[in-house]
Design a protein around this ligand. Structure first.
Ligand code: GLN
Length: 304
């Protein structure tokens, strides 16, 4: 199969979907991104790399950071992490408050904002500077030593972060946050504000396709079982209240972010990153979903 020709063709097929979604504007600094951009990159475990469109353009990874932060924290903490955060799909938007009260401050899963705040809090306990640890790790894995957070976006998130602050305070009232709310939010916003390209993201995610072992650095970050756990939670929770639609149309573990990125894993084979900033009403990239749907449908490469 000629994957390069395939992704070029998919790009042509999805470009007509421009303007069916909207760039996220609840974080004002994200709203200024040029809307008509699309990139797709693939890294295979055989060492092949395929890319097309704007695959080399850095964008705000936003909630895709949650998948990497989960992996690093799971590596440090192990099973007891799941006492603080669940692993069930929420069926609710990523920033919803409603379930938290019924469920006594234990978020449904690590990929909704509440869950990622808890994971960040645990990461602070293990690493001190959770954001610094994540950044160093991403730099090594993506082979891009100058990766960093966009301070302007981090500041914009903080300024408009009342809902995340509410989630954090609420969980603290249940004793499910050890560190001061301000500290956890600051680390979380910086993680979300990291900028990476599709090519860099696909490369950094290879360990999830390779049962926890990174082909980039030869490090075993997760056990085979833990890599399976992270992929499973990505499949069921990685795209929030659209996880069912993604499983149905794409059939892969996927993590999305409101910067318009989608990161997908084909265990045993490859990782794929798609990006286009216009989002559907559930906060997932319109062109990204169209592209991943076509990729798995045309190649037959899905976990099902
Ligand atoms: N930084 C964003 C927020 O906290 C991340 C949301 C997302 O990408 N789904 O709201």
């Amino acid at each position: 199969m000629n994957l390069q020709a395939l992704i070029e063709d998919i790009r042509q097929q999805v470009l007509p979907f421009y303007d069916q979604g909207r760039v996220a504007d609840y974080i004002p600094a994200l709203a200024s991104v040029a809307p008509h951009q699309f990139g797709l990159a693939i890294c295979t475990l055989d060492g092949e790399h395929y890319a097309c469109g704007d695959a080399a353009t850095p964008f705000s990874i936003q909630s895709i950071s949650k998948a990497f932060m989960l992996a690093l924290t799971l590596q440090a903490e192990g099973e007891t992490l799941w006492r603080h955060v669940g692993k069930e799909p929420s069926g609710n938007p990523f920033n919803s408050l409603v379930q938290l009260e019924y469920e006594h401050g234990i978020p449904r899963n690590p990929f909704i904002n509440a869950g990622a705040l808890v994971v960040t809090d645990r990461a602070i306990r293990h690493f001190g500077a959770a954001h610094g640890r994540l950044l160093d790790w991403l730099r090594a894995e993506s082979g891009a030593p100058r990766l960093s957070a966009n301070e302007q976006i981090a500041a914009s998130e903080r300024e408009h972060g009342d809902r995340n602050a509410a989630l954090a305070h609420f969980m603290k009232s249940y004793g499910n946050l050890d560190h001061p709310v301000e500290q956890v939010l600051d680390q979380y916003f910086h993680n979300c504000s990291i900028e990476m390209s599709c090519s860099q993201l696909a490369r950094a995610a290879l360990f999830l396709a390779n049962h926890g072992l990174s082909p980039n650095t030869a490090q075993q970050y997760l056990s085979r079982s833990q890599a399976k756990q992270v992929n499973a939670v990505m499949l069921t929770c990685g795209t929030y209240d659209a996880a069912g639609e993604f499983a149905y149309r794409v059939g892969l573990p996927v993590k999305s972010g409101v910067g318009g990125g989608l990161l997908a894993v084909i265990p045993g084979k490859m990782s794929i990153a798609a990006w286009s900033p216009q989002l559907d009403r559930r906060g997932n990239s319109v062109l990204g979903l169209e592209a991943l749907d076509r990729f798995t449908t045309r190649t037959g490469l899905s976990i099902f």
